[in-house]
Design a protein around this ligand. Sequence first.
Ligand code: PGA
Ligand code: ZN
Length: 417
Amino acid sequence: QISDVWIRKVFTGRGDVTVEVELTVENPATGEVLTTRAAAPAGASRGLHEVAYFPEGGIDAALAAFEKLVAPEIVGLDVTEPYSVDGKLEEIDDTYRFEKIGGAVAIATSFATAEAGAASLGIPLFAFIGGAYARRLPLPLGNVIGGGKHSRGLGPDIQEFLVVPLSPPDIYTAVYANAEVHKRVLKQILKVDTSFTGGKNDEGAWTPRISSTTALKILKEVARDVGSEVGVEIGLGVDMAASSLWSGEKYIYKNEGVERSPHEQLQFVSRLIEEFDLIYVEDPFHEEDFQSFAELTEKFRDRLIVGDDLFVTNPERIREGGRARAATGVIIKPDQIGTLLRAHQAVQTARHFGMRIIVSHRSGDTEYRTLSHIAVGFGAEIIKTGIMGGERTAKLNELIRIGEYLGKWGAISRLHL
Ligand code: PGA
Ligand code: ZN
């Protein structure tokens, strides 16, 4: 049972303020007391259909809403069943977008109660969420070169250039391969952008002033070299975050000096997929264009065409996308939808339509490791959580620990596309 709750302002890795919720739970039978905490991450290229991050009035209004609306309702609740408090949060704030309490308060509360449930049963969070079948580790997908909004609009126009090991023997090797690609890419960048001083963006990706095709050329070469040394095949991907490029009529590639109509965008993305053998393409079109997503998916059934801003972890939007065959993969960012319960429903809906699951961080993330447990608990094929920087490695290192904990009972996901 929850016996006490706190909320405080803390910071994301980007230095922005967010909320952290702390709970104490007391076992009425034994009198044992435990404390757990969790914080909300924050995005920069936020989808239009995400829940409200803070209520009107910002973080102070969020804190006040927690004290006044949430705290009195959740003290005394039992946490030993998964998602036990999440339904209550929806009762407390009956606006689907959490406009009264804010999505940050909702997700931090949802995470902290899940942590409390796991701790009071004495089991890891991933097992609390996923039960006895949660034994598979996700493949780490991480960005090596960054542009778009995450690089203040100064790098390539595409937001993220990504790598993912496809069939690594274990999680350690997978994380190592990504880190090695990240390091070696710097040397190649310096050859083409001699003014580059080694700047990294919010997610730890390099931010040179190079074009998207140059970025992909470099990445392809380095991924091939590292892959053959480490003995794993490394796949390439992009997150185009195309809603950030969309003007309402065209996709504007400001730094590269190109504008593309939706049809030209489809041709451009298709060309990139073929030329660079991309296995992963996230948000290639803006967040309302299910139709173009479906056309691309139809053309490339064997690749991961993934919706992030398109779906915003919303079960209804995923259902719409599933019916339209708009994607083969879904980004799951629990904070986009406000509770773990809804994120779980989003996963089930995506599975119903045969889509793969990619559990993802935000560009403004925290030192918490919660996300790694969610990825294992939900049985995600992929975790997208960057490669470099403390808030990213916190999650990767936790996966290594989970792998060790599972030992021979565990396995790592494999992508056969
Ligand atoms: P965000 O972007 O966390 O800044 O919204 C990440 C992404 O688009 O995947
Ligand atoms: Zn994205």
